[in-house]
Structure formats: structure tokens, C-alpha cells
Design a protein around this ligand. Sequence first.
Ligand SMILES: *Cc1c(COP(=O)(O)O)cnc(C)c1O
Length: 227
Amino acid sequence: MTSIAFQLEDLQQEIAKTCAKRQIFKHNVRLIAVSKRHSGEKIRQAYQAGQKAFAENFVQEGIEKIQQLSDLDVEWHMIGAIQSRKCKDIAEHFDWVQSVDRLKVAQKLSQARTPERPPLQLCIQVNLFNEQQKAGLEAKAALQLAEQIQALPNVQLRGIMALPPKQTAPQAQKQQFAEIYALYQQLAARYPNIDTCSMGMSGDYQAAIEQGSSMIRVGTTIFGARD
Ligand SMILES: *Cc1c(COP(=O)(O)O)cnc(C)c1O
């Protein structure tokens, strides 16, 4: 086994343990492997170890790997900042876009996605803790954007994606994830197609799962440190 296969197996076990602790059905928590700044070869190793969904932050880098790995049946997620002029490329190559934070981007993705293909799966990136340096919408704006995305063709809104600030105090960390989950629940109550609360990364995925995450995005724990 490669070290990537080992790390993935360890991670799966840790996820299962966390789920068991909270009586969460582990199939309700999806693992997305964040492969930014890691090679196509490493992605292939993870794929061969059973990981099928990967996420990239940069459009050009992502597309290169998508083309390089076109023989694999990977589900590709875009999770990085989006420039509207890149929407066409994103809509053509990715399956999910988790970092939608404005109507213009959603509209362009919708226009660029050909109707013959499955709808592009979208999450709204939220920023509930006033972090100026990060993208994402506060709760009210996120609910409004959700309403607008529901009306667009060729895309399907699945939920929200959050990247909350690091907290060393467990109680503060828990509180943040709980707030994100509450917004997710509000959305899920409004629209039947909402099933994704994407939160939790290498440093905090256990806490995120305990507060209701349905999708964790983990890079470093699987692939090691990025250059
Ligand atoms: C890089 C990144 C991750 C993964 O981070 P790790 O700490 O390496 O697990 C998750 N989500 C987003 C949006 C990222 O940019």
C-alpha cells in the first residue's frame, strides 16, 4: 500500500469513530479529498485506494489534472475563489462548485453548463463570522442568493460551504459549526434539494462532523503538507 492509501484508511477509521460517538450514520458524511498543489499521480493513488471525489482551488491547475486523469471516473469539486471570466471553464470541467458567492457567477455557470449534461451541483460559500479576508456571504445574503439560484437552469443548489476561522477553544469551535449548521437547516427546510452542509478540514473535521457536517474537505491529512 502507498502512504496515501494508508492515510486514507486511517482517516476513514477516524471518521467512522467520530460518527459512532455521535450515532451518526457514516454514509451521511462524504469525504472530498482536497488535491490542490498535489500531483495527478498522487490523486491516482488515492483513487486506486477507493477515493472518488476530489477538490481543486485553482481553475487552470484543476483542469490540467482533470484532463490528465480523464481515464478515471472522478467527481471534481471546485472550492476556490471564482473570477467570473473563468465560469465557462469551470462549468465545462467540474461536477460541483462549492464556492459560489454571487449571483453573477451562478448565472454564468448556469449559462455555460450544457443542458445535455447533469446539472452542475452548487453550494453557496458562507462567511458567518465577518472575516474580511475570506469570500462568502452572511446568512441573509446567502438565503437570498439561494432563492435566485433555485430559478436557474442547468444548475442544482445542494447547500452551503463554510471555512470558519480556526479556534483553539473547543467550545468556540463547536459554536461556529453549530451556527453554520443552523443556517443549513434553514435552507433545507425551504428547499427539498438541499442536502449538503460542507464544513470541516484536516484540522477540525471531527468537530464539524459532530455538529452535523455532511461533507468534509480534507487535504493535508491525506496527501501530506503542500509545498
Ligand atoms: C485547502 C482547503 C481545504 C483542505 O485543507 P486541509 O487543511 O489541507 O485539509 C478545504 N477547504 C478549502 C476551501 C480549502 O481551500
